[in-house]
Design a protein around this ligand. Structure first.
Ligand code: SF4
Ligand code: SF4
Length: 352
């Protein structure tokens, strides 16, 4: 990989900016991020890129939260190079990026109620293929620059397991994105980022030292309106499998529904993806919901901070709040109720 003197200088003086620039460039220019059979439609939008310290204690916590088999970045890199943990460099970093799904695909999926739109399906399938290439490209780039690098979500490192609660893996990209400060989890088990929940994410572990991004959210569910006591249940209503309830996301119900629809990734790899009929993903709970493409709590939170109010408002105590806060709170609730009207999409009134 040939890099100009200018780029090498940027890597030396500002490695975070260099990595961001590299990811952005490949997302914007790669033909793999386009649908050639749809006039070069761009699948995934400009990336958000953040970094985590490879030895952040949160990665050890994931062994309890997810499973003991979930790898720490140090374990992932050591495994890739067949070395012991202590043989790894003193400092490691994790590059985590978010690739938002384009507006057109999200819009087309809002009108669906049982299966994803064709464009959503294409974005899901070809978008993930591009994501795999992006991870590999980054690993190659870092190795060519003399650093160690691995993308643990790629074979042969990636493993999936089944438990009573459902499918889990040894490298959860959403948990890595949370560690890097991209956003927080949701009732539907997604990650609500600056660009919403409808996105793909990826990561690479490297020995290149990068300054860790700050996790601004104190609480792992702070971006989800349901956990802000705003009575949002848009994703529950959107899920045709009844897999989302007040208890969260039932992975088994969700998986069963996806399988019944014909979405079995390993089978599609064998049979091939047919542009006119293969179904990939579902994403109904990620579209026509308030968190689809942004964090919705912002206005309310601004008010809460300005007026020194608690983060979570108890509905029963709304009358204790002053009029502007009460009004804003109610407006947000009304807006959420509006999304629930099933005729919104048909009448073309949906503007998210
Ligand atoms: S639709 Fe509402 S409850 Fe569901 S994840 Fe989004 S903000 Fe949370
Ligand atoms: S992906 Fe589909 S089936 Fe699964 S929880 Fe979301 S809406 Fe329900």
């Amino acid at each position: 990989m040939d890099l100009s003197v200018q780029m090498m200088e940027r890597l030396r003086t500002n490695p975070e900016c260099f990595i961001r620039q590299q990811i952005k460039e490949i997302v914007c220019t790669s033909p793999d991020n386009r649908l050639s059979f749809m006039n070069g439609y761009k699948i995934l939008d400009e990336p958000l890129v953040k970094f985590a310290d490879g030895d952040d204690p949160i990665f050890m916590e994931y062994k309890t939260i997810i499973a003991s088999t979930h790898l720490t970045p140090r374990e992932a890199l050591a495994e890739a190079y067949d070395k012991r943990l202590e043989e790894m460099p003193a400092r490691l970093s994790v590059i985590s990026y978010i690739l938002p799904i384009m507006d057109e695909a999200r819009r087309s999926n809002r009108a669906e109620t049982c299966v994803p739109s064709r464009l959503w399906s294409h974005s899901s399938w070809y978008g993930e293929k591009f994501n795999e290439k992006l991870r590999s490209y980054l690993v190659e780039l870092l190795i060519s620059l003399g650093y160690l690098a691995v993308a643990p979500a790629l074979p042969p490192y990636f493993q999936e397991y089944m438990s009573e609660e459902g499918l889990y893996s040894n490298w959860s990209e959403r948990h890595i994105a949370y560690a890097a400060g991209h956003g927080t989890f949701s009732l539907s088990d997604g990650l609500i980022t600056e660009h919403g929940i409808a996105m793909k994410c990826g990561s690479v572990v490297t020995s290149l030292v990068l300054s860790a991004s700050r996790r601004v959210m104190k609480n792992p569910y702070a971006n989800c309106l349901y956990y802000l006591s705003i009575d949002c249940n848009a994703c529950m209503n959107r899920c045709p499998a009844g897999a989302i309830t007040v208890n969260g996301h039932d992975k088994n119900k969700c998986l069963k529904y996806l399988h019944n629809m014909g979405y079995i990734p390993a089978q599609i790899e064998i049979d091939g993806y047919y542009n006119d009929k293969t179904i990939a993903g579902c994403g109904l709970c990620q579209t026509k919901v308030p968190c689809e493409s942004r964090i919705r709590r912002r206005n309310l939170r601004r008010y809460q901070i300005k007026r020194d109010l608690p983060r979570v408002i108890d509905h029963k105590n709304l009358h204790n709040l002053d009029y502007p806060t009460r009004r804003l709170h109610n407006l947000l609730r009304l807006r959420i109720l509006w999304y629930h009207k099933s005729d919104c999409a048909d009448s073309g009134k949906v503007k998210i």
